[in-house]
Write a protein of this length. Structure first.
Length: 295
């Protein structure tokens, strides 16, 4: 069984099946890497596999090819780093998820922490964990779609040594996210409930644990690819934007244009519009900037 097939299968399996497939993926890594040059001869590529994955989940909006407008550099400015030593599947996974993961990190710093700091906004925090089961067509929660699934796919595509470290960081992030969900669940502005005095502090602790785990994941990816282009999320504070080195203004401009695209389809089609935005197909009609330039 090829590594690319295991990636798709693992995302659809149960938790116990995923663990078994993950072990199998590790055992077959060397043979998959050595045959990477012939992976298109009679086999599905990641593009088709990812399309099949999200179609089976009933999410037509996600049936997209890997981000075609993103160019993956093979070397840094000094010409020292290269992706050539990685298997082709690892190169493709990195190409597909590097920009979405960085945008998710932007959200984690500039939106999520502020929502956690305001208990009235905890209803919006809870929306991160909501799974849409409309008409039996399950769609992953935002925390799964934007963080955990990309981390899982990247982990399975990387060399074994890097995969071990990536997997550990992924599990740390999942535990932090689950802890945050447990603290904030059921708390909404329009639903008075009793909240423990320590709840807000505990929620911020879980945010911090998730930040550290996400940064560990980025650090392993930077080290494995040699590109050092994923920016870690800084600790919250007055100098966070300077430490981050990314533009908060440009991020919120991007989110504003994204929301306009979503609203064009109405509530029922908002997720479809959002996914088309991420794919880059709506740059001309919605004014979405070139994502490689934004990154």
């Amino acid at each position: 069984m090829r590594l690319s097939i295991l990636v798709s299968a693992s995302c659809l399996a149960s938790a116990s099946a995923f663990t078994a497939m993950e072990s199998s993926a590790r055992n077959t890594y060397l043979s998959a890497a050595s045959s990477a040059e012939n992976e298109h001869d009679g086999h599905l590529g990641r593009r088709e596999l990812f399309r099949n994955l999200v179609t089976s989940a009933g999410t037509a909006a996600l049936v997209l090819s890997p981000l075609p407008f993103i160019n993956v550099p093979v070397a840094n400015a000094a010409g020292e780093a290269t992706l050539d030593d990685l298997p082709r599947e690892a190169q493709r996974s990195y190409s597909q998820y590097r920009v979405p993961l960085q945008i998710s990190a932007d959200y984690y710093l500039w939106e999520l922490r502020d929502k956690i700091s305001r208990i009235d906004d905890w209803g919006e925090v809870n929306e991160l964990y909501q799974v849409n089961n409309n008409k039996g067509q399950g769609q992953p929660s935002r925390i799964e779609r934007d963080y955990i699934n990309p981390m899982r796919i990247l982990t399975l595509s990387m060399p074994p040594d890097a995969a071990d470290d990536l997997r550990a960081a992924q599990f740390e992030f999942e535990r932090a996210a689950a802890g945050l969900s447990k603290i904030t669940t059921g708390v909404r502005r329009d639903l008075p409930v009793e909240i423990l005095p320590s709840a807000q502090k505990d929620a911020l602790v879980k945010w911090e644990e998730g930040r550290v785990a996400l940064n560990k994941f980025f650090a392993v990816l930077n080290d494995t690819t040699g590109l050092n282009e994923l920016k870690p999320v800084p600790a919250a504070g007055p100098n966070q934007n300077q430490e981050y080195g990314r533009s908060e203004k440009r991020y919120f401009e991007l989110m504003k244009k994204t929301k306009l695209c979503q609203n064009r389809g109405g509530p029922a089609l908002s997720q479809a519009w959002g996914q088309l935005m991420v794919s880059g197909y709506l740059q001309d009609s919605c004014g979405i900037p070139d994502m490689d330039t934004y990154f």
